[in-house]
Design a protein around this ligand. Structure first.
Ligand SMILES: [Zn+2]
Length: 382
């Protein structure tokens, strides 16, 4: 089985083994209404997931499964990861609380872990800490140099929408006067001190532009939350087309853009595939939807792959909370690749199994290895 590099996920809840029948299925929904989430057990995705999981563990019902994994403890995690052959995971460590540390995650899952630095969490922390833009910006630069992360991530879709990225090109190409700059810095700082969140335009855009320039100089890709997610953002504001002006301009204040990885993308996976087919710096993954909508994932995957170069598509799970989210996401991605070969054959398309394997090696492993410059061995030649 070809190994997978999971290019985007989150750590597990430190008490994940305590999940009972009532909340075990909650990772199958992004709803903010916690009680409602369990309703996902009664969905096509939920039913198929439950059946496959019980079969994998060789038990008859969910309570037997939960008892089985409690008995195994942390070893239940590495079993799931080994079953779908996930070898390495890039973890966004800037969100959530009561999670396993990166080291504990690596140990439990039996995988190599790399960090993804979530920009907005860092911006918010720095704005609380520093009261002058100059010192804050030096601290940001230092932090990026010392963090050891392999990618940055922006959740600007949750902080005003992806259209912010298009505004970036216009607002930040104009040199601001010192007075204006200080005013927008102080306003941004007040917002963070009051609400805890960075939001809107002004100084936030300046920080994004600076972070992107630093990413470009350091060769770090920038992951961009897009498409489905929780209700904190309107879905229409997370359409990656809203960031197109940035991609087509191809530079930021005269410096080259970093590589961007559009995350999740669904239901805008065709838009993401299109962007990746016309802009050199745009990559994407289909994480999250691969475990939220596993029954339709093969067709979503094929729609994206029909348009995008396969060297631009990455494998991600967006796994979080429960280890089964990684297992279900990676399993449905393997399924999508397997059905690709079958569908091509059925449609009379002259594609060889060797050609499909090339696509698979690229999407599962080689693209992430190359893009994030990961310290991992290359796949053996076939
Ligand atoms: Zn995520």
């Amino acid at each position: 089985m070809l190994p997978i590099i999971d290019n985007h996920a989150h750590s597990l809840a430190s008490n994940f083994l305590a999940a009972g029948e009532a909340d075990f299925f909650s990772f199958l929904s992004e709803s903010q209404h916690l009680q409602f989430r369990s309703e996902m057990r009664h969905s096509l995705n939920g039913m198929l997931f439950e059946k496959a999981l019980l079969q994998h563990a060789g038990v008859d019902n969910l309570s037997a499964y939960l008892a089985y994994r409690q008995q195994l403890g942390l070893a239940s995690v590495s079993r799931l990861f080994a079953d779908v052959c996930i070898k390495a995971v890039l973890l966004d460590y800037g969100f959530g609380h009561d999670l396993l540390s990166l080291d504990d995650f690596a140990l439990a899952a039996g995988v190599k872990v790399f960090g993804i630095l979530r920009l907005e969490s860092l911006f918010e922390e720095l704005l609380r800490q520093y009261d002058q833009p100059g010192t804050l910006e030096s601290a940001l630069e230092r932090h990026l140099a010392e963090s050891g992360c392999v990618a940055l991530k922006t959740i600007c879709a949750y902080r005003g929408g992806l259209s912010l990225l298009s505004q970036l090109t216009e607002e930040n190409s104009q040199p601001e006067t010192e007075v204006d700059e200080d005013e927008s810095f102080q306003e941004c700082r007040r917002t963070v001190l009051n609400s805890g969140r960075i939001e809107g335009r002004g100084y936030y855009l300046r920080l994004l532009a600076l972070a992107f320039r630093l990413a470009s100089r350091r060769g770090l890709p920038v992951q961009v939350h897009s498409g489905l997610g929780d209700d904190d953002a309107l879905l229409q504001d997370a359409n990656p087309l809203q960031a197109q002006s940035l991609f087509r301009r191809n530079n930021i204040n005269g410096e080259p853009l970093p590589a961007f990885v559009l995350l999740h993308c669904y239901p805008f996976h065709k838009e993401a595939a299109y962007l990746s087919s016309i802009y050199e710096k745009v990559y994407f993954d289909l994480s999250l939807v691969n475990f939220l909508s596993a029954p339709s994932f093969s067709s979503i995957f094929q729609e994206a792959l029909a348009l995008a170069p396969y060297r631009k598509m990455l494998t991600g799970t967006d796994g979080h909370s429960q280890p089964e989210s990684f297992w279900w996401a990676a399993g449905s991605t393997r399924q999508a690749l397997a059905s690709l070969y079958r569908c091509c054959k059925e449609d009379g398309l002259p594609i060889s199994s060797e050609a499909i394997e090339k696509v698979e090696r690229s999407i599962f492993y080689d693209n992430a290895l190359r893009l994030y410059n990961l310290d991992l061995p290359p796949l053996p030649e076939t």
